[in-house]
Ligand binder design. Sequence first.
Ligand code: PDD
Length: 292
Amino acid sequence: MSIYPIILSQTTFTHKDNLTYPFEERGLQFGDGIYEVVRIYNGQYDLFEEHLNRLFRSAEAIQLELPFTKEQLAQLLMELLKKNDMTADGIIYLQATRGSAPRNHVFPKEASTNVYAYVRDLPRNETNQANGVCTITQPDERWRNCYIKSLNLLPNVLAKQAATEKGCYEAILHLDGEVTECASSNVYMIKSGKIYTYPATNRILKGCVRIRVHNYADEIGVPFIEESFSTEAIASADELFLSSTTSEILPITKVDDTVIANGRPGPITRQLQKRFEQQIEQYRSCTTEYTK
Ligand code: PDD
């Protein structure tokens, strides 16, 4: 199954074919909204609390009122998996916008938040995990509030498209030569046994998997240093990797024309990937059986 039939619409459940919006909708017309993507392994949410926390942080940052508490949303999203009998690997996509109203930049008084969430299958990409991926560099042309998971993704879309056209997986973004993150993931450089990554300021999205990478680094005794590195430094990096909900922890073996080290995933990245695999194994060992 690609998209599962039952979706969450506002605070109730409906068949996906029933969801329609007027074309004067703030998400459609202004990108006036926020979203989250949560990974599902074996029918179970991964990093669930981290994603819910970030959703509520994003909502607060754009003064968007959500029609539920965090606890109520957690319940609804659990229910969503159950109603779809979802036991595979996948994702949920959830978005919340400032509602449907006649087009006017000012917040509408009469509109209420539009929310929907759906579930789709997404198998793990084991080939990429094993071999790593190539990337390009692109200027970071986004606004200054990238910590908000906003629907405004045009610079990200253009950067990712440029990468795809060069046969690459991701675009590494930089502000005047300082690497911030990728178009849809966080990025890390390993040099002399230490992991470097841009600090979690308003210039990047603080990834939920980034939190995990930090924890794993602590566990295996590798310093995790929140300090930016330059595009020039990449040429002499020992290892490079990226992280996101859908990419997991993914080695980068090439950036533009520069091959990283020997062109194969490095040992510290491998250790982090192995810890990630162990986490997934825990989901595999407890089956989800929904009783309807
Ligand atoms: N992307 N940075 C950006 C710009 C992102 O869009 C994402 C996630 C991340 C990593 O965050 P996390 O580890 O919480 O997935 C970093 C999601 C998956 C997306 O837009 O599809």
